[in-house]
Design a protein around this ligand. Structure first.
Ligand code: SF4
Ligand code: SF4
Length: 340
């Protein structure tokens, strides 16, 4: 009913600008694009003097931006973004995309992480509460169960509100949730969400041996992580395969064929059925024009795919590999055949 009130004419905008919120430690953003590109990295709404989010300020600013886009004005922070598209957007405001990064603390210390060189500092920053905002807006039906939710961080499991928020989502039948975890601390809420097909859990051990794990993560938690992976694998609905293990290729660290083989063998043994392959983002940014180096990476990716298939695992690419293939290396990628 009253459909004319809800829909507007077609105009250029994006899913995140219209319906997105990214909770970050420096404030509230429309999206997390600034983390993956050269987009403007200033929050739409900064933290208030008590270091809390000012939701009222954010929603007012979002409303203003949505009106601008409706009038055909593309704001500076979005100019040139590949997420922009022309379509009919709902006039009524809803949160359909949510990225939650409200803590930087983490029990791992990955060498490629932005927190690596200032670990103590990032581990001390207090997380910012959002539970009440989420609960209130579920009640108002601004956040509904079809919302696409991503937990990142930091390690989300260390966030003091994590179990409470995830349990709330499960209770309200949200089932489009993605969680990136170090896997070091076991979470009963994650276990429950896997049992309920509510979340897609990604753990990135990047290695299949204790020595290599330590070299990359700088913490002695290899056995804990794989023990937790096995428990999560048992909890998940086997038909859905919601638990994915990731291997980020870090050149000169874990780029031997044997390293990949160890990872896939360990994955197989743990009861997980799906693996993801990616490439360390900073390395790619600095080497994207070096065809010889990119060829070596693609050979490893193809080996990874081939050995995963042979081991009975399904596989997919994560963002940096997709970007490398799409940035002019499609033919190169297709030309490499590794069959084992
Ligand atoms: S257009 Fe791009 S930068 Fe702007 S809100 Fe959407 S995803 Fe973010
Ligand atoms: S698990 Fe994630 S947040 Fe933690 S150190 Fe590694 S990359 Fe950083």
């Amino acid at each position: 009913m009253f459909d004319f009130l809800k829909r507007n004419k077609e105009y250029v905008s994006c899913e995140w600008l219209e319906y997105g919120i990214h909770f970050n430690l420096s404030g509230l953003y429309h999206c997390c694009m600034y983390a993956h590109s050269n987009a403007n990295d200033f929050p739409v709404s900064r933290l208030d003097f008590e270091m809390k989010y000012n939701f009222k300020d954010f929603l007012e600013k979002k409303n203003k931006s949505r009106k601008n886009f409706r009038k055909g004005i593309i704001e500076d922070r979005c100019k040139g973004c590949f997420e922009l598209k022309k379509k009919n957007w709902l006039k009524q405001f809803k949160i359909k995309n949510m990225a939650i990064s409200t803590n930087t603390s983490c029990n791992s210390n990955c060498i490629y992480c932005y927190t690596h060189n200032k670990k103590k500092y990032f581990n001390k920053i207090p997380d910012i509460p959002i539970y009440d905002f989420i609960k209130e807006n579920i009640k108002k039906k601004i956040i509904t169960s079809d919302c696409n939710i991503q937990f990142g961080g930091g390690e989300p499991v260390l966030n003091h509100e994590f179990e409470k928020i995830l349990n709330l989502f499960i209770d309200k039948c949200f089932n489009n949730i993605r969680i990136h975890s170090s896997g070091i601390k076991y979470s009963l809420a994650i276990e429950r969400s896997l049992q309920n097909d509510a979340c897609n859990l990604v753990i990135s051990p990047d290695s299949g041996t204790k020595e290599l794990y330590y070299k990359i993560k700088c913490v002695d938690k290899f056995d804990d992580v794989w023990s937790n992976i096995r428990k999560y694998a048992q909890a998940q609905n086997k038909k859905k395969d919601m638990l994915h293990l990731k291997y980020i290729i870090i050149p000169n660290v874990n780029d031997r064929v044997q390293d990949i083989k160890d990872f896939i063998d360990k994955t197989k043994e743990s009861g997980v059925n799906h693996v993801l392959i990616d490439l360390e983002m900073e390395w790619y940014k600095n080497n994207r024009t070096d065809k010889e180096k990119i060829t070596k990476i693609f050979e490893l990716v193809k080996y990874f795919e081939s050995y995963a298939r042979k081991s009975g695992l399904t596989h997919s690419h994560n963002p940096t590999i997709c970007t490398a293939i799409n940035e002019g290396y499609h033919e190169l990628y297709d030309s490499i055949v590794v069959d084992i």
